[in-house]
Write a protein that binds this ligand. Structure first.
Ligand code: AMP
Ligand code: MG
Length: 298
């Protein structure tokens, strides 16, 4: 498929979330049918992450933003299972600590951006500072309204330093959210995920819609695009996101770097070491036999 093209938010284009079907599944009809494709993407991501790490010139930042229970944790669990933990990390953004709150809003995000060769996934991000912060009026409009441009500048700077940025908004319906809240209540293994705030935030659904729509419009840029991913079906969400990630990594032209040593010279050293090792082994064996003899004599 071409989910990159289908779900991208064009820069400056007004987004109407109500007009985007969160239950979309394209030509696919079931999880089972999509599974081989998802697995192939996950395997390719692992291969390309190896190249990214070996090459050490570029990095990848994946940003996940959603309403509650829309599946950020599921994306991390399902899609990043195959990548090597060396070179990959996931950063969750909770309410800012005292220290974080005492700095500018991009400070904590900047500390976790990927170094060259790395993949970093932001589970929530600096976008909370134009979402929850706006909806709850945690700062004045005069402050948050300037942040869209600041975010764009920040992401441009990261891009110029070799970071590819992909931003996903996981789009679910209010009905689907409620059914996931129920699962959290009914399944003891999920009880720990329940929070009071889930319900108070839900009450603010239309305000969040407005805040998301403005964010998507103003911060989707050619170098750091937003994708609105239909996420009522978890398997479709995983399929679309994994496809967009592998297609992007394909484009990054990742390849193994040439060796930084003279391979002919190292080959000679290897053969010399091999001969020496063989010689030492011979001596040890002779010595061992001698010992045996002297022992049997005694
Ligand atoms: P969760 O992701 O469910 O663990 O919840 C984390 C909570 O932290 C969410 O309610 C976020 O909205 C909140 N949060 C994250 N960043 C900020 C921020 N900059 N200011 C205020 N609340 C935040
Ligand atoms: Mg939560």
């Amino acid at each position: 498929m071409h989910y990159r093209k289908k779900f991208i938010v064009e820069p400056d284009k007004k987004v109407h979330l109500d007009k985007i079907d969160p239950s979309y599944i394209g030509k696919h009809d079931s999880h089972q049918q999509a599974m081989p494709e998802i697995e192939e993407h996950v395997a390719r991501m692992a291969k390309m992450q190896y190249l990214l790490y070996a090459d050490g010139n570029q990095s990848l930042l994946v940003i996940l933003q959603t309403r509650d229970a829309a599946g950020k944790d599921g994306v991390v669990r399902h899609l990043f299972s195959g990548v090597n933990p060396q070179g990959t990390s996931v950063v969750g953004f909770k309410q800012p600590s005292k220290d974080e709150a005492a700095h500018d809003f991009l400070w904590r995000a900047h500390q976790h951006t990927p170094a060259k060769g790395e993949i970093v996934v932001f589970n929530r991000s600096h976008y909370e500072d134009v979402l929850v912060v706006r909806v709850h009026k945690l700062v004045e409009k005069a402050v948050w309204s300037k942040r869209y441009d600041l975010i764009n500048d920040f992401e441009t700077m990261l891009t110029n330093n070799g970071t590819r940025i992909l931003k996903f908004f996981l789009h679910i319906s209010p009905e689907e959210q409620l059914s996931r809240f129920k699962q959290r209540l009914d399944d003891p293994a999920r009880n720990w995920k329940i929070s009071d705030a889930d319900y108070s935030e839900r009450e603010l659904w239309p305000k969040y819609t407005k805040a998301y729509e403005e964010t998507l419009k103003r911060t989707s840029t050619p170098h750091a695009p937003w994708y609105v991913i239909p996420a009522n079906h978890k398997w479709f969400r995983n399929l679309a996101i994994s496809e967009i990630i592998v297609d992007t990594m394909d484009e990054m032209g990742l390849k193994l770097p040439p060796s930084h040593v003279d391979l002919e010279d190292i080959r000679n050293k290897y053969h010399a070491a091999e001969e020496k090792q063989a010689g030492m082994k011979g001596k040890v064996e002779v010595g061992h036999k001698k010992n045996k003899k002297s022992k049997s004599k005694a």
